[in-house]
Write a protein that binds this ligand. Sequence first.
Ligand SMILES: Nc1nc2c(ncn2[C@@H]2O[C@H](COP(=O)(O)OP(=O)(O)OP(=O)(O)O)[C@@H](O)[C@H]2O)c(=O)[nH]1
Ligand SMILES: [Mg+2]
Length: 331
Amino acid sequence: MSKTAQDLDPAVVPVLWLLGKTGAGKTSLVKALTGAGAVGSGFAPGTKAATVHDFPAIDPVVRFLDTRGLGEAGYDSSQDQAAAQRMANAALVVLRYDDPVQEPVAEIVRGLKIPVLLVFTGADLVPDDGARERMRAHTRKVIGRDLPFVSLSLPPEGMVTGLEALLDALDSFMPRASAALRRADEARDFLKRRPLVLRYASMAAASDMVPFVGAAAVPAAQGAMLQALAKRHNVALTPARLSLLASALGTGALVRLAAVHMVRQGAKLVPVAGQTLGAAAAAGASFATTYALGRAASAWLYGTARGAAPDAKTLRSLYDQALKGARDAAD
Ligand SMILES: Nc1nc2c(ncn2[C@@H]2O[C@H](COP(=O)(O)OP(=O)(O)OP(=O)(O)O)[C@@H](O)[C@H]2O)c(=O)[nH]1
Ligand SMILES: [Mg+2]
């Protein structure tokens, strides 16, 4: 594919086109990925005009083009399709597992010259593996090409599944977009862990009030918090893994934890733990440091559970931001 000067300009935001029949789940997909967009009722077309969602809103790295659904009575999509094809850098073709009538979509897909990913939705509605495979085979046949695909469940309520596979697939043609979407997914994931982190941070802060107790209780609270977070992410907190987190965050962040918890566990990560213990405990601000540790550890566990832990720079910046946020909130 030849590149024009515009294609090469990093200021131009790549466009990801969502193409599919009405009710296929295009808007649900944008919403699951970005948190934005109005999902339809399923009874009437939800998206009445092509909508653009820049993500993130400031300094976007990807532009979702959510076009009006195909197959609506009284709507000739050809002009919209032509415009979308000119703009788009890649297409997510959204097909519902429980809708075998995909010829109108297939016809457009056959003419596309951009990377295409088939996104099958409604995996929750068609739980039978064989039925899903038959639908994919049928789609291959009507498109006349074997295209990469992912399977998603995007129920209006309940568990969304398959987004990770989609982001993995997106890595190959829009790496910056998929990295940003992953960060956003992690941030939403943290919102679920946040009450737990706040509980442990409050526990650590309360123990600060009692002389001598704090020195042991704060690291214990932080250690227990890490264990609880790890359990929720289904990650075994081995000394080897802990030492990766410790080295990523630097001893400053983990000194309290290291002082009691890790040494007690025999991990011996911080040789100077004995000396630093007193200083760290005296520094106070247990709420903020525990909260910040919880924030960074959550991102680390999220990545570890998916086979790609964030790098030290990312973790430290999350830690610093959380620390600042928690301190500002306490002022
Ligand atoms: N259970 C389930 N419901 C889904 C799934 N995908 C979409 N829906 C529902 O189907 C309806 C239509 O979804 P939308 O995301 O609005 O579909 P759309 O492709 O944007 O449709 P138009 O805007 O009309 O073109 C909504 O009620 C969704 O909640 C899915 O994977 N599972
Ligand atoms: Mg829509």
